[in-house]
Design a protein around this ligand. Structure first.
Ligand code: 5AD
Ligand code: SF4
Length: 443
């Protein structure tokens, strides 16, 4: 029998990647199989992002191809979900007439209804309403890897960072109930998951609305049998308090890594960004974290060219990168987003200045990260094996507890924890050799 197929293209952050797993799971429940490429699919889904202009442009290019496909095969269903869809909900069908169904983040549980529950009685031009945001925790999930899983703990964000469109598109923060989260973690552990990543726009403000807290949640997840590694992303420095640091230090399964978005090293710019911490508070927090967890890896997000940023402000960002010694950083050129406070600020920084700054920043970030990785040479690291290395060189690939990718010679299978002696480093990866099975990691 002819089998209908779907394809999902995902843009943006880990929250979106996780939402896409739910979308795939739902489509599979409706009886569709996954197509390797959109050309072979009957239902083509785009899970979009709008954090900067670049993902908007990439999506526009994909829409061009989708329109061509629809001309060839008019019964192809094109569905657009996620943050760009939400931000453009008033205009989406005008901008892209080839779109059949659109829906915002947090509305995935309704996807089946919009797709005519698999019968494709699609009501064209309908925007799935975002008013009934729900956790997708009970939905089927199509996971990329059997032994790793994302677990959503909250949705939305109550911060008002001046550059950021996320609060507008993902709404106010709502925490998922701890019992529901734990039930999911237990179920995942039972299915063989060894590493979980707790996901929220601001994990450190988790729980205020459900009488719980992030530290308690970390401890409860740590107690689940079978879970060997716990990660989380992203914490906001303003809400990172002592109980969470203590829980990180005391829970054996919580990995020695924090992704701590800095955004800028200038207190003046941080204030204009409405980050509600300054450079000194950030240093203090890093100090407290490192006192409690000496081997901690720190990664960050940095924006250059925020309105009003001077050479002096930018120089302060470089200083913080050097002084903190980040193990990695995502670096962004500031991109004005409609409806945000910063888009209307005077003193927008010219493009060439932004370009120049990001190049200089990337250079420093890479040098610092390489130096940090070089310090690992000679050490033995616990590596969770993910599969073959991306270079087709016969090596395996995995990640250390500090979240650094390691390419190594060895014989282990995906999902195994092994001991690897590190013998080389770049700014983003380590190299090494697996120790003999007898010396393999015992936990
Ligand atoms: N321009 C550039 N970078 C941005 N980010 C968020 N909004 C913008 C914007 N308008 C960055 C921040 C955030 C990361 C996910 O994206 O650094 O932490
Ligand atoms: Fe994720 Fe933000 Fe992009 Fe939405 S806009 S997908 S929350 S990065």
């Amino acid at each position: 029998m002819w089998h209908r197929r779907y394809h999902v293209t995902t843009f943006g952050c880990q929250m979106n990647a996780h939402d896409s797993e739910r979308i795939k799971g739902m489509l599979e429940e409706l009886g569709l199989g996954e197509a390797a490429v959109p050309e072979d699919a009957d239902v083509i889904v785009f899970n979009t992002c709008t954090i900067r202009e670049k993902p908007d442009q990439r999506f526009a290019a994909h829409m061009g191809e989708a329109a061509a496909r629809k001309r060839e095969r008019p019964d192809t269903v094109i569905a657009v979900g996620g943050c760009y869809a939400e931000a453009q909900r008033e205009r989406l069908f005008e901008l892209y007439p080839q779109v059949d169904v659109a829906f915002g983040p947090g509305t995935i549980p309704h996807l089946g209804e919009w797709l005519g529950a698999g019968g494709f009685g699609v009501e064209r031009g309908r925007f799935g309403t975002g008013d009934e945001r729900r956790f997708a925790g009970t939905l089927p999930m199509h996971r990329e890897r059997r032994f790793q899983a994302w677990v959503q703990i909250s949705m939305g964000c109550n911060s008002r960072c001046a550059y950021c469109i996320v609060p507008t598109v993902r709404g106010r923060e709502v925490s998922r109930r701890p019992g529901e989260i734990l039930a999911e973690v237990e179920r995942l552990a039972g299915e063989g998951v060894r590493e979980i990543t707790l996901l929220g726009q601001n994990v450190n403000s988790y729980g205020r609305d459900v009488g719980s807290g992030f530290a308690e949640l970390l401890r409860a997840c740590d107690a689940v049998d079978g879970i060997e590694r716990i990660r989380f992303t992203s914490p906001h420095p303003k809400d990172f308090r002592a109980p969470v640091i203590e829980a990180m230090a005391e829970c054996a399964t919580v990995c020695e890594h924090a992704h701590l978005p800095l955004q800028s090293g200038s207190t003046r710019i941080l204030k204009a960004m409405r980050r509600t911490y300054g450079r000194e508070r950030y240093f203090e927090l890093v100090g407290d974290l490192r006192d409690a967890i000496p081997d901690l890896a720190l990664t960050t997000d940095i924006i250059v060219g925020f309105p009003g940023e001077t050479d002096v402000d930018f120089g302060e960002t470089i200083e913080v990168v050097e002084e903190v010694g980040f193990d990695g950083a995502f670096t962004f050129v500031y991109s004005p987003r409609a409806t945000t406070e910063a888009a209307a600020m005077p003193d927008q920084v010219p493009e060439d200045v932004k370009r120049d700054r990001i190049e200089r920043l990337v250079e420093v970030v890479q040098r610092v990260a390489r130096e940090r990785n070089e310090q690992r040479v000679g050490l033995v690291e616990e590596v969770l094996v993910e599969g073959p290395s991306r270079h087709g060189d016969g090596l395996l690939r995995g990640r250390t507890r500090r979240n650094i990718t390691v390419n190594f010679a060895g014989t282990a299978s995906p999902g195994e924890l092994v001991a690897v002696r590190i013998d080389g480093a770049t700014s983003t990866t380590l190299r090494g050799e697996q120790l003999s099975a007898a010396a393999a990691w015992s936990g």
